[in-house]
Design a protein around this ligand. Sequence first.
Ligand SMILES: NC(=O)C1=CN([C@@H]2O[C@H](COP(=O)(O)OP(=O)(O)OC[C@H]3O[C@@H](n4cnc5c(N)ncnc54)[C@H](OP(=O)(O)O)[C@@H]3O)[C@@H](O)[C@H]2O)C=CC1
Ligand SMILES: O=C([O-])CC(=O)C(=O)O
Length: 274
Amino acid sequence: MNTNPYSSDLRIGIVGLGAVGASLARTFDAGIPGIRLVGITVRNPERAAGVLANLKNPLALLDLEELVQASDVVIECAPAALLPQIALPVLSAGKKLVVLSSGALLESPHLIDLARLHGGQILVPTGALLGLDAVTAAAEGVIHSVRMITRKPPRGLVGAPYLLENFISIEGLDKPKRVFKGSAREAARGFPANLNVVVALSLAGIGPDRTALEIWADPSVIRNTHLIEVDADSASLTMTIENIPSDNPRTGRITAQSVVALLRKMNAPLRIGT
Ligand SMILES: NC(=O)C1=CN([C@@H]2O[C@H](COP(=O)(O)OP(=O)(O)OC[C@H]3O[C@@H](n4cnc5c(N)ncnc54)[C@H](OP(=O)(O)O)[C@@H]3O)[C@@H](O)[C@H]2O)C=CC1
Ligand SMILES: O=C([O-])CC(=O)C(=O)O
C-alpha cells in the first residue's frame, strides 16, 4: 500500500528567486493543496538567504539538474537571456516548464520542438495580462487584428535595450511619451525584461509579426497598464489591465498569482476557463 501522503502532489521547482520566484516560494510554503515545492535554483545563495529564512519549511537549494530530477513542473522566473539553458534539461527530461520570460521563446523556437520530441510541455501563463482565453478561442476562427497599448511609469522601462540603442530618454518626463511602435517580435528584442505579455498575446492570437504594440512612458501612471483591442470574426474584444507593481517595478503582482492559478488548475476536478 502506498503510504506516502504526498505521492500525488505536483512537485514544483523554481528557478530564480526575484520578485516572481520569491512570491511563489512564499505562497507554496504557506500551503496549497496538491502542490509541493521541492526546491529552488538560484544564482546567488547569499541573496536568497533572506527569503529562505522567512519560509516555514526548509527549502532545498539545488543545482538545475537536481531540480529537474526532483520536479514534475519547473517554473522559470529568471532573466530572459537564461531561458534556453534552463529549458533544455527540463524539456529533455520530458517535464513541464512554466515560462515567465515568454518573450525569449521567439528567439528559441527550437524549444518547442524539444518539448515535442521528449513529451515535455511549455506552459505560458497569462501572467501580467488578461484575456488569453478569449484570444485563443477567437484564434479558432479568424482574427483580423490585435493591437496593444502599454503605459508604464518611466522607472518600469529604465535600461531597456531599445531605449539605449535609440538614445530615447525617459528621464524627467512631465507628460506621456511614446517610446515604441512596432510588432511584438520587435518589442521582445527591444524590451526583453518589460514586454513578455505582448509575446504571450501574440502566441495566443495571430503571431509576433502581426501583433501591433505601442509603448508609452507615462509619468502620470503608477501601474503598468495594458489596453488590448482584438477584431475577430467571432467577437470584438477590448480589455484593460492595470497592474500593481511587485517588488520589481517592471513586474506586476498578479504575475505570480497567475502561475499559482495555472498550477491549481492542472490537476483540478473542476477547471474554469479555456
Ligand atoms: N510573463 C509575464 O507576464 C511576466 C514575465 N516577467 C518575466 O519573468 C521573469 C522573472 O521576473 P522577476 O521575478 O520580476 O525578475 P527579477 O529580476 O526580480 O528576478 C530574477 C531572478 O533571477 C535570478 N537569476 C539570475 N541569474 C540566475 C541563474 N543563473 N539561475 C537562477 N536564478 C538566476 C536573479 O538573481 P540575482 O538577484 O542574483 O540577479 C533574480 O533573483 C523575467 O524575465 C521577467 O521579465 C515578469 C512579469 C510578467
Ligand atoms: O510583460 C512583462 O514582462 C511585465 C509587464 O508588462 C507587467 O507586469 O505589466
